[in-house]
Design a protein around this ligand. Structure first.
Ligand code: MN
Length: 128
């Protein structure tokens, strides 16, 4: 079981991703925007962050860049999840510091495959 911070402002996507991740045994912490995500991380350190790039207020690119600048959170892998279908979004997400990229609609098998692969890529005890 891993602790996953799920940053998503769309209630349907939030519900779907939560159900999928919990069905795989993960501990899911929801956050509807950057502010909630940062607040959550004051008291918990996720093993992985699922980041919707399109958020009201501070967007997922900005939040990811900020997390990657802070030593405490820099080592947490961020998986970008976005409905932006425009070319260049994946590159932008990776440049912001995301470790992976998934486009919506969320597909159960695809999501779990990427999540498990990112969780395995984190060295044990390697996160600050
Ligand atoms: Mn969104």
């Amino acid at each position: 079981m891993s602790k996953i911070l799920l940053v998503e402002d769309n209630p349907q996507n939030m519900k779907l991703a939560t159900v999928i991740l919990r069905s795989a045994g993960h501990d899911v912490h929801p956050a509807v925007d950057a502010e909630e995500a940062e607040l959550a991380m004051e008291t918990m350190m996720p093993d992985l962050i699922l980041m919707d790039l399109g958020l009201p207020g501070k967007d997922g690119y900005t939040l990811t860049r900020e997390l990657k600048r802070r030593p405490r959170t820099a080592g947490i892998p961020v998986l970008a999840v976005t409905s932006y279908a425009m070319k260049g979004d994946e590159r932008r997400a990776l440049e912001a510091g995301c470790s992976g990229y998934l486009s919506k609609p969320i597909n159960r098998l695809e999501l779990l495959k990427v999540v498990e692969s990112l969780l395995r890529s984190v060295p044990a005890g390697g996160m600050g």
